[in-house]
Ligand binder design. Structure first.
Ligand code: A2H
Length: 251
């Protein structure tokens, strides 16, 4: 990671039904916000990751919607002047990650009309918003964590996840000369990676997939079809921001 501030795109994903603790936020629209460096990969989102043991808060933004993220991220968002009361974080509620599992979300660009929140044990409290977009076609971490949930009934049961919620497949969105249109699954398979616990191998797989995907990848879907990944990031970010489906975020 560089020395300067990192700019992320915060992707807004609408919670379709407000149940449990979230019911008290009704009738305001509620969004989980995920920090990504790769907004063009939102065409391939299959689910959303939440850290089961992290603590999240709900805060109201200046445009009257509610966003859910870690307290640390909410402070940064407040500092950037986006919350109702400047520079002050007044949570509407606090909620644990495990209480946010199995929610139905509407997310931009993906071909799935509903995606589910699922647990990933490696979501870091000190990065981004604690909410992570899952793109198993192009991120080895996402592919491995999804495989774990598909293969391990005990893991699903622990967090109240049903088979239906993990019944998704990686979506081909980027063609990488060396690896084809499903680069993360291809590299994971070639390296024998079956689980998010294969830490060392995953580090190597990520280096390969991210490097080749970003510098050599060609988008094969959407408005920027046929263009190089490195040339479309800004354009896709702008479209999402215009449609109020994303905001920029620095930390
Ligand atoms: B990226 P950097 Cl397809 N904990 O989004 C763990 N990982 C997190 C996180 C957190 N709290 N917050 C964000 N991230 C992930 C998509 C993607 C990403 C693709 C390919 C590469 C890639 C789909 N997941 O990142 O340490 C998010 O995953 C390449 C590094 O700040 C975010 O972008 O560089 C990335 O890590 C930010 O990592």
């Amino acid at each position: 990671e560089g020395v300067g501030p990192q700019e992320y795109t915060l992707i807004k994903m609408r919670v379709q039904e407000l149940k449990g603790k979230l019911a008290s936020l009704s009738p305001r629209p509620v969004f989980l916000v995920a920090a990504t460096l790769r907004p063009e990969t939102m065409y391939g989102q299959t689910n959303c990751w939440i850290g089961p043991d992290l603590t999240y808060i709900a805060v109201e933004t200046k445009d009257g919607v509610v966003i859910v993220c870690t307290r640390r991220a909410a402070k940064n968002i407040a500092y950037q002047g986006m919350l109702s009361k400047d520079d002050e974080v007044n949570p509407l509620l606090e909620i644990k990650g495990y209480e946010l599992m199995g929610l139905k979300l509407s997310a931009p660009l993906t071909s799935y009309t509903t995606i589910y929140t699922l647990p990933m044990l490696t979501v870091k409290e000190e990065k981004g918003t604690g909410v992570v977009t899952s793109v198993p076609s192009d991120a080895p971490d996402d592919f491995a964590a999804l495989m774990d949930l598909k293969n391990k009934a005990a893991l699903r049961e622990k967090y109240g996840i049903t088979e239906e919620m993990v019944n998704v497949e990686p979506i081909p969105i980027i063609d990488v000369p060396e690896y084809g249109t499903l680069s993360a699954p291809s590299v994971c398979q070639a390296m024998g990676i079956k689980s998010q616990n294969d830490r060392d191998k995953l580090v190597e797989a990520k280096e390969k997939v991210y490097l080749h995907g970003f510098y050599e990848g060609i988008l094969i879907v959407g408005d920027f079809k046929g263009k190089k990944v490195q040339d479309v990031k800004k354009g896709i970010q702008e479209i999402l921001i215009k449609k109020k489906e994303a905001i920029t975020y620095q930390e």
